[in-house]
Design a protein around this ligand. Sequence first.
Ligand code: FCB
Length: 463
Amino acid sequence: MFPTGFVWGAATSAYQIEGSLSADGRGRSIWDTFCGQDGRIVGGDNADTAIDHYNRYRDDVKLMADLGLTAYRFSVSWPRIQPDGSGAYNAQGLDFYKRLVDELLSYGIDPWLTLYHWDLPQPLEDAGGWPSRDTSKRFADFAATVHAELSDRVRHWSTVNEPWCSAFLGYASGEHAPGRREPAAALRAAHHLNLAHGLAVQAMRAQNADSQIGGCVNVYPVTPATGSEADQDAARRIDGLQNRFFLDALLKGAYPEDVLADLGHLSDMEFIQDGDLATISAPLDMLLINYYSRFTVSGAPGGAASAAAAPTDSGSPWIGSEHVGFVNGGRPVTSMGWEVDDSGLYEILRRIADEYPRVPLYISENGAAYDDEIGEDGSVHDPERLAYIEAHLRTCHAAIESGIPLQGYFAWSLMDNFEWAWGYGKRFGLVYVDYETQARTLKSSALWYADAIRHGGLLGRAQ
Ligand code: FCB
């Protein structure tokens, strides 16, 4: 049994589900541009329709209510609300999220709003994108406006979803929008995403609402493939870039010295200005953790190819550590090729609870892609996803028992959706979506999850 008040949620993001990209005054985002370029998205897919959530949100909220979710994590689309990323706001865009939130509240589902899940307004990219400091300020203005408009009905706020991905997949490997391969620019982007987080927290706090505000990171335990010095150094480097660059900045107010040293050849770090780290590390009410897998790494020259291979032709996201190889640790993998390891979730939670100032923790994303098919009887059996979620929830329970301040869990994702550079080929949903008809079908994992929520624990098994 989980503690009373444990948050049972599911998550999505605007770009992956909404569609209606030119409806009601929405501007263009970097993902619209990226999807329009040859070779960027597997199969040439795009998110023009996605799963049509913009038109079907009422039915989707009803599904959430049927599942018994106590919370729903979603993101707002910046170009829908502020088409140019600066200047005028679009009331019709804001109204969509007000309607969505009101619908959630009418079922007693707590809305958890993410301000940025990767869909930067294209005009801001044209002006330099995240490598430009001004983008952080634009984001803080945007955050202030959305917060002013919605904090009367939304209590839980998070700033930037997975800054690692925006910075390093967007500007170093180029496998995400805007598709640039400029390691030095990626480093600046990473800092400016952290700064955007800090400035947005400040702007929201200044409004004095009763909001719970957090940042959101994607973290992985990193283990060296062997005890060799080269492998241990590889693990230090990848842990530094993936985890400590963000956790230390947000929670300790400092960048790890060893990481800055690894990157010294790329920059003199003049973009880190006095006071930035104090802004970035303003106290948080909660930390949102996205957890999927773990990394095993090798520093030997010619190490194995990345286990987390990119779907399309791309460079390395691991700036300054491009030589590191990602080794298969021998565990079962999902259809993303990501190793399934719930013990890694415990490891990372333990570490965050032990090494960083104590702050309530939430798993804001966790889940798995498998090649689901709809059966002749119209049902979708996804025993592997069910087992994945069950194992990770059991680990969450063990974490709570051991004193880690974990207070909720959001499955990724509520519904199958547009999986970025992978297009529609990778299904993460608890709910199956037929992309031709937009019909939604609860998978067996969804029925199982609903059962767990009803019981407040993992006693009821639908398996
Ligand atoms: C995370 C993203 C989310 C989804 C999952 C599978 O990195 O935040 O949008 O793509 O991975």
